[in-house]
Design a protein around this ligand. Structure first.
Ligand SMILES: CC(C)(COP(=O)(O)OP(=O)(O)OC[C@H]1O[C@@H](n2cnc3c(N)ncnc32)[C@H](O)[C@@H]1OP(=O)(O)O)[C@@H](O)C(=O)NCCC(=O)NCCS
Length: 190
């Protein structure tokens, strides 16, 4: 039997992503590539999300996902999706999650989405998560990141504007479209 080809080095790195970081409010965070074994932690995370948070992330208030749906959501194909789970505390609680999804198999553009538990919002976790998602994107050759953001979601627009990369922001139909160019990095805030 032929051995399975190993994934190219950047994909292998993304699929094994593991970093420690600290938010501006001194929360110690562990950021790991998301895998199917995160599905139960994801269910716990779902239970901490307000209707507003769900609506901002999914553009609708989604019902509690089944275990099969959670499995599908967390069983990432690292050829086209790059996802990070963020853990905090002695109990290793999943407090946030985010992903980049390539717009096509050969595309170097990916759509970003992320979510932070309501109990942990406004403590800098979103900023840390976005920083690592963009780093992961760069590692795997993503050049452009787009995000569709509800018009009332100032926090998310702020996070991307402060990401350290040039951003183009357009507003239409009640939504922002933010385009982040990973090819150029600023040394100071936009
Ligand atoms: C958007 C989101 C990811 C931000 O995460 P977070 O951990 O709260 O972000 P940070 O703590 O790093 O804060 C980033 C900035 O946004 C501000 N902010 C956070 N939540 C806010 C809110 N509800 N209203 C206004 N500003 C807010 C913070 O105060 C901070 O600005 P500051 O540094 O000037 O104080 C989080 O609120 C969330 O999960 N929202 C619902 C899902 C969502 O919107 N996903 C994005 C769809 S692409």
């Amino acid at each position: 039997m032929l051995a399975t080809e190993p994934p190219p080095a950047p994909l292998h790195k993304a699929q094994n992503y593991y970093e420690m970081d600290v938010s501006h409010s001194h929360l110690e965070l562990t950021l790991k590539a998301m895998h199917a074994h995160d599905k139960y932690a994801m269910l716990d995370l779902y239970h901490t999300l307000s209707e507003r948070t769900l609506y901002m992330r999914f553009f609708q208030v989604i019902a509690e996902p089944s275990i099969d749906e959670l499995h599908e959501f967390t069983d990432i194909d690292y050829q086209k999706t790059f996802a990070i789970s963020v853990f905090h505390g002695a109990s290793n609680q999943l407090v946030a999650a985010g992903r980049l999804v390539k717009l096509g198999d050969t595309s170097d553009t990916a759509e970003l989405s992320c979510i932070v538990s309501d109990d942990f919002q406004k403590q800098g976790i979103g900023a840390v998560l976005v920083k690592h998602l963009l780093l992961m994107g760069k590692q795997v050759g993503i050049k452009t990141v787009v995000a569709m953001i509800q018009g009332t979601n100032r926090a998310m627009v702020k996070l991307l504007k402060r990401s350290g990369y040039p951003c183009q922001i357009e507003f239409s139909g009640g939504e922002f479209e933010v385009v982040v160019n990973l090819d150029n990095e600023f040394t100071s805030e936009n």
